[in-house]
Design a binder for this molecule. Sequence first.
Ligand SMILES: NC(=O)c1ccc[n+]([C@@H]2O[C@H](COP(=O)([O-])OP(=O)(O)OC[C@H]3O[C@@H](n4cnc5c(N)ncnc54)[C@H](O)[C@@H]3O)[C@@H](O)[C@H]2O)c1
Ligand SMILES: [Zn+2]
Length: 376
Amino acid sequence: METVRVNLREAARAYDISVGAGLLARAGAILREAVPPARRVALFSNPTVFARYGRQVAESLEQTGFTVLAWQMGDGERHKNWHTLERALDFLLAQKFERHDAVVALGGGVVGDLAGCAAALYLRGLPFAHIPTTLLAQIDASVGGKTAVNTKQGKNLIGVFHQPVAVIIDPGALATLPRREVTAGWCEAVKQGAAGDAGLFARTVDFLTQNGPLAFAHPQLAQLIAAQCAFKAEIVAGDEREDASRTDARSRRILNFGHTVGHALETVTRYRRFRHGEAVGYGMLAAGELSKRLALLNDFELESLQNATRVCGKLPRVADIPAEAVIKALAGDKKSVGGYVKWILLERLGRARIVDGREISPQILREALREALRLA
Ligand SMILES: NC(=O)c1ccc[n+]([C@@H]2O[C@H](COP(=O)([O-])OP(=O)(O)OC[C@H]3O[C@@H](n4cnc5c(N)ncnc54)[C@H](O)[C@@H]3O)[C@@H](O)[C@H]2O)c1
Ligand SMILES: [Zn+2]
């Protein structure tokens, strides 16, 4: 088993991310160590995940003395909303959960974000643990303490920071993940390396090149996932609340590499064509092209980035989307500050540079987008 210790500014809130094959069956023992006095666990999931792994996790929790009360939400991003949050809180109220009880999220980022939000709000904060079952949630969404729900004005606009007491990751659970979710997760893994850690980038791409994207039983996968978590945890520890004034290469904002154009592509296609990570795949290519045109990134490194997105798996078509439509959608990006887009570009693989959108000529932007969408 790999363990990643996440140190936060307040030492008492430090927690472990445990990664290893077979950990679903050991969830009880790990959680028991994290929350010794807890009596009951609200196990939040959805029908897709619960049908596959719910019983195993519940049994493991019961073996270490927890009383498990399962609760399920609908499957899909559209269920990550106020209404579901209210239902979740009503469940905790009806079951009279107390301060020392715990909430556990078993599922992808949608379940994790919603369960974390409910855990943060209920009695101003219950102990909360993640058991992420998508690749994206294992390397990204379960690390960092962000929780959220969507509203009709946009995604993730309402939420709180609430750090977990434990994260329990079993790569074996990925075996049942739909292929597109796998590709989307790997794109975010490539993103983390490209934006902040050249060694992690190389390791991720080597793993994919040698084993393909579906090697979930590979003995080295747990180490790779742990390295991905350690990277994100390090960035988060240095900038826990994403300080908007920071523009340095270690600020949390670099994790949005590929997301500026990624979000625009999702908007232009009304969230119907891409899984989020797939759009980020194209977003990285666009940011890479832009970096090259601004003489930051060299040809060789851009090629490495292009190759990295290829080995993640096949991405949906994109050539029919006009660059102009993407540019129009960029203006509405929530991560823009004061109305201007902050681009996360690359000086080299593993080193991001945040560039104010006003410093980039519209023509260079258009050319970079055309090239990225054409090449795809
Ligand atoms: N909190 C954060 O820091 C953070 C970071 C990144 C993303 N997110 C959020 O995460 C969400 C996306 O998460 P996601 O990509 O995991 O999507 P998801 O939670 O919707 O899961 C994708 C699909 O896979 C299914 N699934 C999950 N595990 C499975 C398994 N092991 N086998 C078979 N099917 C399985 C789910 O039921 C769902 O249909 C978004 O809402 C995003 O905003 C949060
Ligand atoms: Zn993302």
